[in-house]
Design a protein around this ligand. Structure first.
Ligand SMILES: Cc1cc2nc3c(=O)[nH]c(=O)nc-3n(C[C@H](O)[C@H](O)[C@H](O)COP(=O)(O)O)c2cc1C
Length: 159
């Protein structure tokens, strides 16, 4: 009963939607829809992202120690849905989405309106997720836009 209440309250925390871009040390590129993201330091600029341990993409991030955050806009719910499924890397695309390679080697998906690239500076075990602390080392803004949030869609992660 109280556990259900905790879940309901946790679900009210608002989140923005991103695709976290990852690359393995063998060059395998992938990405997954992510909302557990927060800036945690101004100087240096650092953020955290929580990644579920049983995901294939967790292994790639663990391997290379770099990741990108690809910011999704309010019209990109379908893209967010696509990247919640395990996706193949083929023909230079991930699940049909084209990308360029950032200076860290992480993929920058072309449909995103902005990108940040991070190098892992630390990590913490958090139950079924690993929380990665990233130094923000590069950024690009392709167009002004409003980020997709869980207030815009029935998609949810939390509870
Ligand atoms: C709205 C939403 C937000 C999500 N946010 C996260 C997140 O913050 N961290 C995470 O590890 N997985 C998150 N996921 C789950 C991943 O997108 C999903 O498990 C993905 O398939 C993992 O890819 P993989 O199986 O190729 O590793 C979220 C899913 C949804 C529907």
């Amino acid at each position: 009963m109280e556990e259900q209440m905790r879940s309901e309250i946790l679900k009210t925390i608002p989140y923005g939607f991103y695709i976290t871009g990852v690359v393995g040390s063998d060059g395998e590129v992938n990405g997954f829809t992510t909302c557990w993201v927060s800036q945690v330091s101004f100087d240096p600029q650092q953020l955290i992202v929580a990644v579920r341990k049983d995901q294939h993409t967790h292994d790639l991030l663990e391997d290379s120690g770099v990741f990108s955050l690809n910011f999704l806009d309010t019209e990109q719910e379908e893209l967010a849905r696509r990247f919640t499924e395990p996706l193949q890397h083929e023909n230079g695309q991930v699940g049909g989405s084209a990308y360029t390679t950032g200076e860290t080697g992480a993929p920058l998906f072309e449909e995103a309106f902005a990108h940040l690239e991070c190098r892992v500076a630390g990590k913490m075990e958090a139950g079924d997720h690993t929380v990665y602390l990233g130094d923000v080392v590069a950024a690009s803004l392709k167009r002004p836009a409003d980020i997709l949030t869980d207030l815009d869609t029935p998609m949810e992660y939390g509870g």
